[in-house]
Ligand binder design. Structure first.
Ligand SMILES: [Mg+2]
Length: 190
């Protein structure tokens, strides 16, 4: 039987939004984020990160550096008893500087290629799953993939919510102060 999952944006949702995060030493978890992920782990529900990393296409940092950042993220979460079941990233951007990454792709959010890949890898039912993020693109991804969307007010959240149109606002299932509040809402519904 296919299972539900909780998909999370990375920057501004789990860790502090710092522009283009290009160094593991700049990775700071948001307060309560690790605990929130641990609460999902305790329910044996997969937690999967979906992240646009156009800094790679723009030539700001390479994939190796990004992997070092993800290792640090996993380590910080592990220190608080939490883990991720997968991290899927898009390194592309249509106006990227590096030719191998400069393209329009199906994986850059709100494109659905990454969540579809995760669904296939982990046996996930997207229509029964949740997407939490701080950006309009995360909410559009949720809509495109048939997931329930929760917008957090950390990172770019507040600013994004203010400029979002009514058409998007009505499609967002819930607005939460932070990841911990988003997870509380999700766990109440399943
Ligand atoms: Mg974000």
């Amino acid at each position: 039987m296919k299972k539900r999952a909780v998909f999370l944006d990375r920057d501004g949702t789990i860790n502090r939004e710092v522009g283009y995060l290009d160094d593991p030493d700049r990775l700071v978890l948001l307060p309560g984020a690790a605990r929130a992920i641990r609460r999902i782990n305790e329910q044996s529900i997969p937690v999967v990160v979906i992240t646009n990393q156009s800094g790679i296409a723009r030539g700001y940092f390479g994939e190796e550096r990004m992997e070092a950042i993800h290792d640090r993220l996993r380590e910080k979460l592990k220190n608080e008893g939490a883990h991720l079941d997968g991290i899927y990233f898009c390194p592309h951007h249509p106006e990227g500087k590096l030719p191998e990454y400069a393209k329009s792709c199906a994986c850059r959010k709100p494109g659905t290629a990454l969540v579809e890949k995760a669904a296939e890898d982990l046996g996930i039912d997207l229509k029964a799953s949740f997407m939490v993020g701080d950006h309009v693109k995360d909410m559009e991804l949720a809509g495109n993939a048939g997931m329930t969307s929760i917008m957090v007010m950390t990172g770019h959240g507040r600013e994004q919510w203010e400029k979002a149109g009514d058409d998007l606002r009505v499609r967002v299932a819930h607005v939460a102060d932070n990841l911990n509040a988003a997870v509380a809402w999700i766990l109440n519904r399943i």
